[in-house]
Design a protein around this ligand. Structure first.
Ligand SMILES: NC(=O)c1ccc[n+]([C@@H]2O[C@H](COP(=O)([O-])OP(=O)(O)OC[C@H]3O[C@@H](n4cnc5c(N)ncnc54)[C@H](O)[C@@H]3O)[C@@H](O)[C@H]2O)c1
Length: 251
């Protein structure tokens, strides 16, 4: 059983900030050759902040621009020396509004980044992985992959679809060496959720009291599973959408 990721080329989308930055760092620390893809202004410094004995590569792109995904993918593949072993689809956005007034342009942007980009990038990476007979794709799902929540219709629709896409890709590719899984974080303290604490304190309190561990999670709570799924220790796991939620779903 091997949790060491040395010699694996690992690409993390959304790796400049938040949960995926912590996950990217964990991949680097487990020995992986890391490339982070992001649109954030702090991308370069985020990559540099992780560096110890090896370089962390980075590529700036707007993942919602799927018409140019092929160019983006080829550029990242080149940065990785022509081979990507692990693709972590982490980038995601959120917008909170009542369904009856939810702006359609926000809907489209969320579906483009949270869902369409994952399919477009996984398709390109998957083709190469299938040719080599090896690959690991890990998608960022959510609690809203399992239930609907409120005031986040586009996010819920996208994350429900990410869970199903994970299974659909796994069904087609698992027999050819490409495993596809998803991590479904519970309620995490991040920029994405900070506004709930202020804008909807009642919902915030209600959620906290429902979490059996009585605390919101952090990026660190996701790192063990992210490294495990990318490693040989998880070689018989595919098509799984695994919650990391302090017990929330079990309640
Ligand atoms: N925060 C939570 O509680 C929570 C819970 C469950 C799932 N998630 C998921 O985890 C992932 C990360 O969430 P986070 O809270 O760390 O968010 P975050 O906003 O801190 O980080 C998201 C990163 O994605 C990047 N990104 C956004 N749009 C992009 C685009 N068009 N092209 C390239 N990069 C883009 C951002 O620049 C940022 O660096 C998301 O997929 C989110 O849905 C978060």
């Amino acid at each position: 059983m091997e949790l060491n990721l040395a010699h694996k080329n690992i690409v993390v989308t959304g790796g400049a900030n938040g949960l995926c930055h912590d996950i990217a760092k964990a991949y680097y620390e487990a020995g992986g050759n890391l490339c982070i893809m992001d649109i954030a202004p702090n991308l370069e410094e985020a990559a540099q902040s992780m560096e110890k004995d090896r370089k962390v590569m980075h590529y700036r792109c707007d993942l919602s621009d799927i018409d140019h995904m092929e160019e983006t993918y080829e550029a990242v593949k080149t940065l990785c020396g022509g081979r990507i072993d692990v693709l972590f689809n982490g980038a995601g956005i959120q917008y909170r509004a009542k369904a009856e007034v939810f702006p359609l342009d926000r809907w489209k942007k969320i579906i483009d980044i949270n869902l369409n980009a994952i399919f477009a990038l996984s398709q390109l990476a998957g083709r190469d992985m299938l040719e080599r007979g090896y690959g690991r794709i890990i998608n960022m799902a959510s609690m809203t992959s399992f239930f609907g929540s409120e005031m986040v219709p586009a996010y819920t629709a996208s994350k429900g679809a990410v869970a199903q896409l994970t299974k659909a890709l796994s069904n087609e590719w698992a027999g050819r060496g490409v495993h596809v899984n998803a991590i479904a974080p519970g309620y995490m303290t991040t920029k994405l959720t900070a506004d709930m604490k202020e804008k909807n304190p009642e919902q915030y309190r209600e959620i906290t009291s429902r979490i059996p561990m009585k605390r919101w999670g952090t990026g660190q709570d996701l790192c063990g599973l992210a490294v495990f799924l990318a490693s040989e220790a998880a070689d018989y796991i595919t098509g799984a959408v695994i919650p990391v939620d302090g017990g929330y779903l079990g309640k």
